[in-house]
Design a protein around this ligand. Structure first.
Ligand SMILES: *Cc1c(COP(=O)(O)O)cnc(C)c1O
Length: 374
């Protein structure tokens, strides 16, 4: 029988103001359609080196082991635990949202004994509470936090905890999936030992890679494991040999994704880190002001609100599902709904990377005014 043609894929031009993915610059999409090279081709090896150099600048680190993991942000999370945790190790995790919960799940699957430090959703975790937990569990191997809790819009202060971890044997692990490229992340200065991110949020590259950086202190811990890393695919002791001098084959690098990441990083450094953070800060404030003007209430704790992920409580006139559906179908705007315990109560409006533009804010506000007037 003759097979029916499926027709051309032709998605609408959406403005992605949700919690990720964010809009992608056409230069990144164009780079991704560049003809393939082999994953051991000298020209491709220099693409890899470019990426590592730019990732170090982005993470503000000198760590040699700074590479993109093949997989979305969650693969970075998994790699960050599976390479360092062995059965029975104690891991302290700050939990104030969905991604902290996910860390607990991942760590427990690695055999960790997890000590939770909880805070209400929307709040940051008091650094003193984290430090107290570390003092109470001197045997703990890792202390883990989410820098930008995408489920709530809260930004976690890290410096004080990092300073404490620096003076002790414990490793400081931080999720910067939503913060990297949107707000300041200073891996070396803040004493972070294991830091991972994702390409699809403030880097404005499609989902599919998870940049990670690992300090010499953490590499020592990894190399002195008594047991093999439980995950073959995410085993950094093998992956580092492909990204390092040896160029030892582990798995085939996702060539086109890496082309895209290289171009996305080039765009970031053309703008400059400080101007980029400034743009997110100014427009984040602007969006919050506009939404408050429409009757929304800011959800995250004052003083710890992310500029790039704005969480707002819905005013009584706005029905969550139907209004978000109208925004999508009538205006091509995607905004995020709430997750878990804040489902139906809040929206999460992203202003990440390429999406973080004044015209997107003005268009969203105009659309909301029209919908509310109907
Ligand atoms: C999005 C996100 C992740 C997971 O990334 P995926 O690309 O969806 O796998 C992890 N942590 C945080 C804080 C995130 O925002």
């Amino acid at each position: 029988m003759e097979r029916m043609s499926m027709g051309e894929l032709n998605p609408s031009a959406r403005i992605l103001m949700g919690p990720g993915p964010s809009n992608v610059h056409y230069r990144v999409l164009r780079a991704m359609s560049t003809p393939l090279l082999g994953h051991l081709d000298p020209q491709f090896l220099s693409v890899m080196d470019d990426i590592c150099t730019m990732l170090r600048d982005l993470f503000q680190t000198k760590n040699r082991l700074t590479i993109p993991i093949s997989g979305t942000g969650s693969s970075g999370m998994e790699a960050s635990f599976v390479n360092f945790v062995e059965e029975g190790d104690t891991v302290i995790i700050g939990v104030n949202g969905l991604f902290g919960e996910r860390m607990v799940d991942v760590a427990e699957r690695c055999g960790a004994k997890v000590v939770r430090v909880d805070a209400p959703w929307g709040n940051m975790i008091e650094p003193e509470k984290m430090i107290k937990a570390i003092k109470e569990h001197p045997q703990a191997k890792i202390c883990a936090l989410v820098h930008a809790e995408t489920s709530t819009g809260a930004q976690q202060p890290l410096e004080e905890i990092g300073r404490f971890c620096k003076g002790h044997s414990i490793l400081f692990l931080v999720d910067t999936v939503t913060s990297l490229g949107g707000v300041e992340v200073k891996v070396d200065e803040w004493g972070i030992d294991i830091c991972y991110s994702g390409t699809q949020k403030c880097l404005s590259v499609p989902p599919g890679l998870a940049p990670i950086t690992v300090s010499p202190k953490a590499i020592d811990v990894m190399h002195s494991r008594k047991t093999k890393v439980q995950s073959w695919y995410l085993d950094l002791t093998m992956i580092e040999r492909y990204w390092g001098e040896e160029r030892f084959y582990h798995h085939t690098a996702p060539i086109s994704m890496l082309y895209g990441l290289r171009e996305g990083l080039r765009i970031i450094f053309e703008e400059g880190l400080q101007p980029r953070f400034e743009r997110h800060r100014i427009l984040g404030d602007r969006l919050k002001m506009e939404l408050e003007g429409l009757g929304f209430r800011l959800f995250a704790q004052e003083g710890y609100r992310l500029p790039n992920l704005n969480s707002v409580v819905l005013p009584s006139g706005i029905e969550d599902g139907p209004v978000r559906k109208k925004l999508l179908t009538d205006y091509n705007i995607e905004v995020g709904g709430g997750l878990g315990q804040v489902k139906g109560k809040i929206w999460r409006v992203g202003l990440m990377g390429e999406t973080c533009k004044i015209q997107n804010i003005e268009y969203l506000v105009a659309a909301l005014k029209e919908i509310m007037a109907r």
